[in-house]
Design a protein around this ligand. Sequence first.
Ligand code: ZN
Length: 442
Amino acid sequence: MHEQDSLLRKLLMNYSDKESDVDGVKGGRIAERLAELAKIGMTEEGGSRRLGFSKEERQAKELVKDWMRQAGLVVREDGAGNVFGRMKGKEDDRPAILSGSHVDTVPNGGHFDGALGVVAALEVVEAWNKTNYRPEYPFEVVIFSDEEGSRFNDGYIGSKAMMGQAKIEELMKQKDGNDLTFEEVLNSDGLSIEGFRRAKRNREEIELYVEVHIEQGKKLEKANLPCGIVSGIAGPSWFEITFYGDPGHAGSTPMDIRSDALVAAGKFIHELSHLPKQVSDSSVATVGKMFVEPNGVNVIPGKVTLYADIRDIHEDTREILITRMQKLIIGIEKEYSVRVHTKELMRIPPVLIKTELQEELSEAFSDLNLDVLKVPSGAGHDAMIIGEDIPVAMLFVRSKDGISHSPMEWSSLNDCVLAVHVLKRFVERMNKVSNIKGSCID
Ligand SMILES: [Zn+2]
C-alpha cells in the first residue's frame, strides 16, 4: 500500500503551482485520480499492468464511470467496451465533441500514458460544473478499450470498433498469451462478438475528437515547455522482409561463392537507417525484430526474416521512403546474390492535424500565456484512427526524460494541470464555432 500512497504524495508534493487551481480546475483532484487508477494492476516494479479487456482494465473503467456519474454525466458503454460519459449541450441535437484516451497499459507500463487523457477530459467537466458553464455542443468524455494492443497483434481496438475499422475476422483467428481467443477474451469482460460488431458509431454523431497525452519523447523537455501542440501523428507501415540465401557449412564454403542471407540483411538494416534523413525531418525507419535460419554457429544463414517499421506524419514522404527501401532491396538482391520477398503487413495513413485546429490550440496557449511548440507524434494514438474520418486535435504533456511504457514514466502535476487548462480553453473556443467540420478546409 505504501508504494501507491507514495505516488499520490509525490504527485501532490510536485504540485507547487497552486495558482493553477483556478476556473474550477483542481490539481489535487487530478493527482488523486491518477493515483487511484495507478493502484489498479500495480506491478512489483511500481508500474501498471492493465491489459486490454482484462479485469484490471475493467476495474479502471468502472472507477472512471463512478467519477463520471458523480460529475453528472450520462454514462454509456458500447459493445467494444468503450465508455462514453455525456454532458448535454445547449444544442443537444448537434454532433458531440469527444475527449479522452485509454486506461489500458502495456504489461509493465506507467501511470500517465492514457490515464491522463481520460482524467484531463473529466476535469474539464468538473471545472464546468463548478463555474456553471454549459457547452453548445454535447461533450463526451471517452475511454477507448485496448489501445496498446498488448493482448492481440492489433492495437486501437476500441477506437477502430467505434470507427468501423476493426478487422474482426482476423482478430477472431488470434489467441492471447493465455491461449484465449478474441471471443473468449471479450466474453470474459462481459462483452460479445455481436455487440462488438455493433460498436460502430455513425460519424455524423461526432464533430471533433481531442486527446491529451504524454509526449513519450524529449522535444518539450528540451524546449523547457509544459505542453505542446501535436502537428501530426505518424502512421506506421510494417513490412515483413525475407532474405533467402544458400545455407552451407561455415568451414568448407569459400567466401566468394556464398549467398549469405544474414550478411545481406545486415547491409539492409544498416542502409535503411540512413534513408529517413534523405527524405524528411519527421520520417523514421526501424528494424526491431528478426529471425535467422537455421540459426547455427557453424551454418551460413540461409533465411532471414525481419520486420521494418516505417513512419512519417506526411504520407507523400513516407511513400518516397518506402519506394527507396524497395530500391535498396533490389540493389542488395544483385549485390549479395540473394532473393528477397517483401510482404506489406500494415499501412495506416498518417494523420495531419488540421491547420485550423492547430491555430485554435495556439490561441488557447496564448490565452494562458504559454509558448507554443508544435511536435509531431511518432507514436500512434486513438486520435490517429479517428482522424482518418473526423477532425482531431492533440495536446502533448512533457515527459520526464522522454520515458514511457515503463514504471519510470513521469509528468509533473504542474504540467498536467496546465494541459487541462489548455484543453478546457480549446474546447470552449471550439464551442463558439458553429460548424467545426466545415471550418476545417485544408
Ligand atoms: Zn497511450
